[in-house]
Design a protein around this ligand. Structure first.
Ligand code: 5GP
Ligand code: ZN
Length: 117
């Protein structure tokens, strides 16, 4: 069973922000911004690329509710989902990183890209 499925079952503790019958939001263990939340479906889905559109349709308002609960809907925030090896995905259970709580930078995302142009 994957780490996030264990978090859903409560076998690994997490700091929960919001929960519904289908989704869970909890604080990332290694935050990269003042607010860094992970939002996952309770169903194990490998990544965004395998996600049915019906699930995204239900996940979208849940994500918006998380942002509102954290008071980020006015100031703004960023959603990130890493997909596969090149995307830097470490845990193969669909998750959105919701980050915010201050003005975010947008760093170079590929080491060699700027050197080649
Ligand atoms: P990925 O690289 O797959 O997009 O992101 C995985 C995220 O899960 C990372 O930001 C990492 O800090 C977080 N993470 C890994 N293990 C745990 C854990 O046991 N608990 C929590 N809350 N976050 C975790
Ligand atoms: Zn899982």
């Amino acid at each position: 069973m994957c780490i996030f499925c264990k978090i859903i079952k409560g076998e690994i503790p997490s700091n929960r922000v919001l929960e519904s019958d289908k989704f869970l939001a909890f604080h990332d263990i290694n935050p990269v911004a003042p607010v860094h939340i992970l939002i996952i479906p309770k169903e194990h889905i490998g990544s965004f690329h395998e996600t049915p559109k019906e699930l995204m349709g239900e996940m979208t308002p849940f994500i918006q509710e998380v942002a509102e609960k954290l008071g980020l809907d006015g100031s703004g925030y960023r959603l990130i989902t890493n997909i596969g090896d090149d995307g830097g995905q470490e845990i193969s259970h669909l998750h959105f990183h919701l980050v915010g709580g201050g003005r975010l930078s947008f760093p170079p995302l590929h080491e060699d890209y700027k050197k080649s142009i």
